[in-house]
Design a protein around this ligand. Structure first.
Ligand code: NAI
Length: 301
């Protein structure tokens, strides 16, 4: 099989001044893509900012003969995102790939969490994923080509103590992906999610050093590269860390149909084993498929 290449393709990677985004940007550039390295250059909690981080990555790319430009917009800023896309179009005339990777943390248990901590995390992860996607969407539609990756987390899919803001935001981007995979299908726009585990400044305090040593961001990037390639799937949630890759899915059990006499809270209690039983459970590709099951069960199927 041939190598995965991105010659002639243009990619925007948000939050690419460090950590995972930097690796994604470097690898796309190594494989021939022209890369816009976006980063606001703030701290882990989202405060401050400088364009230096993005510029450094651009220098690294240029050093091996790749093509890249830096852009310091915050992904939450309407005018900044508009300028990011405008600059990309003026420089290279197309946008084929968007990796929405920028992120911050404001970990606190709910009791201690200020509304501002919830708001800031929702802003960067949810709005900061939506706004760049919205800004490139019609360009990708017109090109009949687009590859988008959103960045989710086990924290959203499964939960993590002290991360109610981050978990809510990381699950929200999957909801966005689930609908956009349907809306983008006829224009060859594929959208997937990466759920990484990697040693970056974001995870410094969260895992022991001996564990972090095994979790290079480089081990996640191959998953992202595949998800933005020509042959990418759509609507996949790829979990990746330390070289391990797996697919995460939402399953629904076959469940029960409760007819008149049983249609009550007590009926649900009495059928709980059947409702939760794993026999026949399925992952649906869209909401309509799930609805059809209800109609089938209503008809006695
Ligand atoms: P990082 O802190 O090294 O990188 C995040 C980058 O995003 C930083 O360079 C930061 O300046 C940039 N950024 C933050 N707010 C921005 C904004 N408003 N506009 C533009 N850029 C902004 O962290 P890491 O670990 O590389 O995280 C990358 C993504 O992966 C994030 O979305 C994170 O939530 C996600 N993730 C990381 C995990 C890990 O184990 N490292 C686990 C699960 C998800």
């Amino acid at each position: 099989m041939s190598d995965i290449r991105f010659d002639g393709k243009v990619a925007i990677v948000t939050g690419a001044g460090g950590g995972l985004g930097r690796q994604h940007a470097l690898e796309l550039a190594r494989r021939g893509a022209k890369v816009v390295v976006n980063d606001l250059g703030g701290s882990v909690d989202g405060s401050g900012g400088s364009s230096e981080a993005a510029l450094k990555v651009v220098e690294e790319i240029k050093a091996f003969g790749g093509e890249a430009i830096a852009h310091g917009a915050s992904v939450t800023d309407d005018a900044g995102v508009a300028d990011l896309v405008k600059t990309t179009m003026e420089t290279w005339g197309q946008i084929d790939i968007l990796i929405a990777n920028a992120g911050i943390l404001r970990d606190r248990t709910l009791t201690k969490m200020e509304l501002a901590d919830f708001e800031a995390v929702m802003q960067v992860h949810v709005w900061g994923t939506f706004k760049p996607i919205k800004a490139v969407w019609d360009i990708m539609k017109a090109q009949n080509y687009g590859r988008i990756v959103v960045t989710t987390s086990s924290s959203g899919m499964y939960g993590n103590f002290g991360q109610s803001n981050y978990g809510a935001a990381k699950m929200a981007v999957l909801g966005l992906m689930n609908t956009l995979k349907l809306e983008g299908a006829k224009n060859n726009i594929k959208i997937n999610a990466i759920s990484p585990v990697a040693a970056t400044r974001m995870t410094e305090g969260l895992m022991p050093p001996e564990v972090l040593a095994k979790l290079a961001p480089e081990a996640v990037t191959p998953g992202v590269v595949y998800l933005v390639s020509e042959d990418a799937p759509t609507g996949a949630i790829l979990t990746a860390g330390a070289g391990a890759f797996a697919l995460s899915r939402i399953y629904e059990t076959e469940g029960v149909y409760l007819s008149d006499g049983d249609l009550s809270a007590e009926g649900i209690r009495d059928h709980w084993d059947q409702i939760t039983g794993e026999d026949g459970q399925k992952a649906y590709f869209n909401g309509g498929e799930q609805g059809q099951k209800f109609f089938r069960k209503m008809a006695g199927g």
